[in-house]
Write a protein that binds this ligand. Structure first.
Ligand SMILES: N[C@@H](CCC(=O)N[C@@H](CS)C(=O)NCC(=O)O)C(=O)O
Length: 290
């Protein structure tokens, strides 16, 4: 291993605005809003403020799955919060999520609006509200929640660790890439062993654990994350691939992936979703483009 860094930390860390690399324009060491901006409110009971990243997609998949099961109360407006433009620091968004990260949800179906932030908390909130995708039997519920919280603790090593240093950091630091590639492969092996013995993460049923883990680790083994499929030899994780393909085929997953999406082919981007028919319009766009 080569020593590539002769940096010695000073006694007190000082914020250098230029040092943030690709995310310098949005990253800062203080919380709170940077500007006044109210959030829009649509006509449905649930208002989602998000972007189609792996964390955002968890919630749109869940909402589309609930609607597919016939839960009309899960009708939602999905508003785009463009995190590259700093929309997450608007006063209205910060009032819904003091942590300034998408996704954030407001449930307006009751007498007082209820705010919910953190994707795991949103998934549990919706699962409990509609009685779906979270088993009620004690052992099955514990297994589902264990994998759900595994995702919350593990994905930051994949995204903030491996993805950041492999794909985004302005210099390639061997130590950091080695450390996080090792951890990412270990996590993929954890999933692969679980999915060798079980159809879904929680057991024989598809649950919010799969909905949370799939956008990150399913995306990784399908080669969609950080252009790292070859580097990480993702084809080795055969059970993860089997599970990823199975989930990808679900119609609600296909719809959920399109919502608040700002990259990829234009016909796959439904930047805002206010009605189930919005997807049909996109399908027509796709046919027209052929
Ligand atoms: N633990 C959070 C993570 C949310 C998160 O990191 N969101 C990212 C997008 S994927 C974000 O909003 N980043 C904007 C920023 O950091 O300023 C969750 O699961 O909801």
């Amino acid at each position: 291993m080569s020593a590539t860094n002769d940096y010695t930390p000073p006694k007190v860390w000082i914020w250098d605005k230029e040092s943030g690399g690709r995310f310098a324009n949005i990253n800062r060491p203080i919380a709170g809003p940077t500007h006044d901006k109210e959030l829009p409110i649509g006509r449905h009971p649930l208002q989602l403020y998000s972007q189609g990243t792996p964390n955002g997609v968890k919630v749109t998949i869940m909402l589309e799955e609930l609607l597919a099961l016939g839960h009309d109360g899960a009708e939602y407006d999905a508003w785009l919060i463009n995190i590259n433009d700093g929309d997450q620091f608007g006063s209205g968004f910060v009032a819904v999520n003091p942590n300034s990260k998408i996704p954030a949800l407001v449930d307006r179906s009751g007498p007082k609006p209820i705010r919910v932030f953190e994707s795991g908390s949103i998934l549990v909130y919706l699962a409990e509200k509609f009685g779906a995708f979270l088993p009620t039997e004690t052992a099955a519920r514990a297994e589902c929640l264990s994998w759900l919280f595994w995702q919350m603790g593990s994905a930051p090593y994949l995204g903030g660790g491996f993805g950041h240093f492999y794909a985004y950091a302005p210099t390639k630091i061997e130590y950091a890439i080695d450390r996080f590639a090792m951890e990412t492969k270990r996590q993929l092996d954890v999933l692969d062993r679980r999915l060798a013995e079980s159809e879904y993460l929680g057991g024989s049923e598809y649950t919010i654990a799969d909905i949370a883990v799939w956008p990150w680790y399913g995306g990784l083994v399908k080669g969609r994350q950080y252009d790292a499929a070859e580097f990480l030899q993702v084809q080795e994780y055969k059970n993860v691939l089997r599970w990823a393909n199975q989930i990808e085929e679900r119609p609600a997953v296909r719809r959920g992936r399109m919502v608040n999406r700002t990259s990829g082919e234009l016909s796959t981007q439904l930047r805002e979703r206010h009605d189930a028919s919005d997807f049909e319009m996109k399908t027509q766009d796709k046919l027209a483009a052929k």
